[in-house]
Ligand binder design. Structure first.
Ligand code: 1GP
Length: 253
């Protein structure tokens, strides 16, 4: 089964997923061991690896370390064309559909497509939507794009619909790493009603109650990065809060 088949099959059963985001620039191998240990115990579904900038060229090392230590699938979440390695299982092939920067809608994709094919990675084409999280983010600065305003659910819905009509396979609604405000439940549920694609939600999710609210609103995959960097043990409670919602949905259907 491909990663995408697994994601869509779980989505159709109402099974929710937790993705742990690792930024190779920030992570130390000692803390990575701890994170992997908790991730295995908590039945974490996916690792996302990436960052807006990679200063240390440690992508390969970090992905290889994860693959040696566990069977949790690793998906690249590339912030630049340099963030490709065949050590991963797949790649979120992101088109920044909330922005109007042609390089990030299609330009970089043209440059990297042959390398991605060569690496043999599973490609998950993903409409990436940056939503205002209350402060300027690295993604917004680096991509030279404006995020969708936090309370403009209608713009998010139209953008998501356009992504679906263009044939993208998933959506990633991101308030940006360390966002002060995570994406509102109202926006998530409005997008959920309008499109049928698997929906990833992340940015500024720091506690299990908030994570639970995101899946209740319609997120299929919740991504958490920063909060686990300071407290890897939080993975356990966060995972319970997300996976518990799967059980609630299956028992009520
Ligand atoms: C950022 O969605 C991710 O791209 C995760 O954000 O680091 O704030 O959890 P945090």
């Amino acid at each position: 089964m491909t990663l995408y088949q697994d994601i869509t099959s779980d989505k159709s059963k109402g099974i929710k997923k937790l993705a742990v985001l690792i930024d190779p620039d920030k992570v130390k191998l000692t803390s990575l061991d701890k994170t992997i240990h908790h991730a295995k115990n908590a039945n974490v579904d996916l690792f996302f690896i990436g960052g807006s900038m990679i200063l240390n060229h440690r992508l390969d090392e970090v992905v290889t370390a994860i693959k040696e230590r566990c069977n949790i699938p690793v998906l690249l979440f590339p912030g630049s064309t340099f963030q490709i390695t065949d050590a991963a299982d797949g790649l979120l092939f992101l088109s920044l559909i909330s922005g109007r920067n042609p390089e990030l809608l299609i330009g970089k994709h043209v440059i990297t497509a042959p390398y991605i094919r060569e690496a043999g990675l599973e490609v998950l084409s993903t409409g990436y939507m940056l939503i205002d999280g209350g402060r300027a983010t690295s993604v917004s600065y680096i991509s030279n794009t404006l995020p969708i305003p936090h309370d403009k659910d209608d713009i998010a819905v139209s953008t998501a619909m356009a992504g679906e009509m263009l044939g993208l396979k998933m959506l990633y609604l991101d308030a940006g790493s360390g966002a002060m405000r995570s994406i509102s439940s109202s926006m998530i549920s409005a997008v959920r009603k309008a499109v049928d694609l698997p929906m990833i939600v992340g940015g500024g999710i720091r506690n299990p109650e908030v994570a639970n609210a995101k899946v209740k609103a319609g997120a299929d995959i919740v991504v958490v990065g920063n909060a686990f960097e300071s407290d890897p043990e939080l993975i356990i409670d966060m995972s319970v809060a997300i996976h518990q919602e799967s059980a609630n949905i299956s028992s009520s259907s």
